[in-house]
Design a protein around this ligand. Sequence first.
Ligand SMILES: [Zn+2]
Length: 338
Amino acid sequence: MQAELEEIRKDAREKLKEAKDTADIERVRQKFLGRKGVLARQMKMLGTLAPDEKRAAGKLANELKEKISAQLSVRLEELREVKSGGKDGAPFDVTLPGKKQPVGKLHPITQTIILIEKIFGELGFRSVRGPEIETEFYNFEALNTPGDHPARDEQDSFYIDKGILLRTQTSPVQIRVMEREKPPVRIVASGKCFRRDATDASHSPMFHQVEGLLVDEEVTFGDLKGVLGVFLERMFGADVKTRFRPDFFPFTEPSADVSISCIICGGKGCSSCGGSGWIEILGAGMVDPEVFKKVNYDPEKYVGFAFGMGVERIAMLKYGINDIRLFFENDMRFLSQF
Ligand SMILES: [Zn+2]
């Protein structure tokens, strides 16, 4: 009887595979599981067997019945899916276009920082980061800006506690690196800075800076001009001219304000450059010996230069953006263009 049950099992599987619709399935059900079906006939024959055989064959017959019943349900479900076109039951139109998956990308400010770091990286500068919450010592005093210094007024900050503030510049990172490491030092530090500025087209209370520092035994102002000249050419194109004018920063002496020839009018003068043909782009200078004393570098032995720039300003010039607020409004129509 086992052999017969095995035959029934194979037969049922074949018939189910051939079934094309629910009517076919119903015919298979009747043939195998119906009251006058194949299995019912086998069950009747059980009575003719010896008790031992009867128990074994009965068990097999029951298992087979359950198996065929389960296969019927599965096949029925398969046929329903084919008919409706998908598991969710909705009609499926193969001619419809696919669903587009939105792909994220880096913010234009992040892209600009990466580009600046790449250019300086090729010039041998290592990228470093530092804390956004600073002490007054690192943010001001170590940078030669004591409490009564007028430069502090320009950098009114957000204080968290007495002597603890959101950094107003990335320069404190330079101090932290010089405390840790002996010259030669060649770094660029980038990140967020904060000042209590009212928001307008060119000011934001949160903005980004990249600052560079090079300290070694024989460094001249000529090296500074060379490094910044290469950087500005790679950033804004080989045609760009650079201009250095005397300026003041507490932590450099001499200090310079660096401009590039206007990339809109090419130096002829237009509304973007206020008719001058020049656009101020960064500040730089030779590190003041007083700063070296604060970090125990010998000012008789070491010389260095430092420079700093606003990332938003670089990005606005490079991409022709006229309002700093666009960077932080998170409008995808703006951000997706970069
Ligand atoms: Zn211009």
